[in-house]
Write a protein of this length. Structure first.
Length: 118
């Protein structure tokens, strides 16, 4: 630390700088044009001009959409289940008919005198 008159001058200089910086910044940034410029320059997120104040209605809409989606999924699941049942019936029918001899084979055995049993 400097002693004497020069120390007093140094402390006065530091004090004036400490006061001048915030005062000059306040004067500079209090101008509306400057505020608008710097706000636009440093803006990372653009917020909507008119925020949606009907939050309750929006939540009700989302709930309706969710319920509708759930109903559609249930209908789709029911369709898939019925299609799977139809496919299973077709498969069991084809298995049953493959075990039986065809009409032509039965007729040939009957005419030829062969056994109709397998």
């Amino acid at each position: 630390m400097v002693k004497g008159r020069q120390g007093l001058y140094l402390e006065a200089w530091k004090f004036s700088v400490y006061l001048a910086i915030p005062i000059v910044a306040s004067v500079y940034y209090s101008d509306p044009e400057t505020q608008r410029y710097w706000a636009d320059y440093w803006q990372y997120i653009k917020y909507p001009e008119n925020p949606n104040t009907n939050v309750k209605e929006k939540i009700q809409e989302l709930a309706k959409e969710k319920e509708q989606t759930r109903q559609q999924r249930m209908a789709y699941k029911e369709q898939l289940r019925s299609l799977q049942e139809a496919a299973n019936r077709t498969q069991t029918y084809s298995e049953e008919t493959s075990n039986d001899a065809s009409w032509w084979r039965r007729a040939g055995r009957w005419i030829g005198g062969g056994s109709t049993e397998q």
